[in-house]
Design a protein. Structure first.
Ligand SMILES: [Zn+2]
Length: 348
């Protein structure tokens, strides 16, 4: 069968293997036919050789952690043949740490977790894959092709879950949200904000392309100004750019008791001038919280499935700006100027 693979650590090793072995039964009892795989920045980092780890005994890593498939067989009866399914990316570490021991593998303490398509588990960019029932998330059949958005939505569902837990440390009546960065994560974070009835603001540098209209279609306000020119103080910030100056600016801009969730990964190596004393003073005197958020556990995947089912399906479809057949995989992994989300199509 076909599989899109890389040799981890070797830039330019992306290739389509035509005779990749069928998934081993010990990968899980549910056998799935791949329909599509979403592509994100992590895939680009793995292709560039910066990241990624092949499974033990393998030289190559199958890419793909944003999955959508159709169940071929499930002897456990958890799902039915024909059901739409997505596979959870991260598995708990074998020790396990206190968090993994209770199913909170998104909060793993020792870093020994594994991840499909990223770290020591084969990804979903292959014709067939297997998954244990515990890591299989059934999808509303109405979602159809936008089901590949479940993985990035699980990431923002986790961010919102933790924002709300932090907010409720005291009386909390948030009104406004600022999302910085209108990529897939930022747009899905904004979607979940509108589902909470909040006034949603999205800030991004782009003045052309699909982003302003996608934000407008949510009933949210689009800004292409600097953070300190916004003219309001958000109660919640979800920072999705990872840009150092934006990260610092949103910490200063948040309202008193504000919750600032950092969800963008910086590349590092760039330094900026920072008055750490003034920043500390703002955070302390306003009871602000800044926290990082990554990945998602089973509860967040289920929350994400519910959020997508409630969303406008045509809006979700418009986030997917390119669908590329697997034979043209190299095109799919070459970023384009107006890309929001690119999907590799196995069913075409
Ligand atoms: Zn762990």
């Amino acid at each position: 069968m076909r599989a899109v693979t890389v040799t981890p650590g070797t830039a330019g090793s992306l290739s389509l293997v035509e005779d990749y072995p069928e998934p081993a039964t010990d990968e899980g009892s549910i056998l799935v036919e791949a329909l599509a795989v979403g592509i994100c920045g992590t895939d680009h980092e793995i292709i560039a050789g910066h990241y990624g780890e092949a499974p033990p005994g393998f030289d190559r890593l199958v890419l793909g952690h944003e999955s959508l498939g159709r169940v071929l067989e499930d002897p456990t009866g958890t799902l039915q043949p024909g059901d739409l399914v997505a596979g959870i990316v991260r598995y708990p570490d074998p020790v396990p740490c206190p968090n993994c021991a209770v199913g909170e593998w998104d909060m793993c303490r020792n870093g020994q977790f594994t991840e499909h398509g990223i770290k020591a588990l084969p990804g979903f960019a292959r014709d067939r894959w297997r998954i244990p029932p515990r890591f299989a998330v059934g999808l509303d059949p109405a979602l159809g092709r936008v089901g590949t958005l479940l993985e990035p939505t699980s990431v923002v569902a986790k961010a919102w879950d933790h924002i709300e837990r932090i907010g409720h440390r005291a009386e909390w009546q948030p009104q406004s949200v600022l999302v910085t960065g209108a990529g897939p994560i930022g747009l899905l974070a904004a979607l979940l904000a509108t589902q909470r009835g909040l006034a949603v603001h999205v800030l991004d540098l782009a003045t052309e392309g699909p982003k302003p209209a996608l934000v407008g279609a949510l009933g949210a306000t689009y800004h292409s100004t600097k953070v300190d020119q916004l003219g309001f103080e958000p109660d919640v910030v979800i920072e999705c750019t990872g840009a150092p100056s934006v990260v610092i600016d949103v910490m200063c801009q948040a309202a008193p008791t504000g919750v600032i969730c950092l969800a963008g990964v910086s590349s590092g190596g760039r330094t900026i001038d920072l008055d750490a004393g003034a920043l500390n003073r703002t955070l302390v005197l306003e009871n602000n919280v800044v926290f990082g958020s990554v990945n998602a556990n089973r509860r967040h995947w289920d929350m994400a499935a519910e959020a997508l089912a409630r969303a406008d399906q045509s809006w979700l479809e418009s986030l997917i700006t390119r669908r590329v057949p697997v034979e043209s995989y190299a095109e799919a992994y070459t970023p384009g100027p107006d890309d929001i989300k690119v999907v590799l199509d196995f069913a075409a």
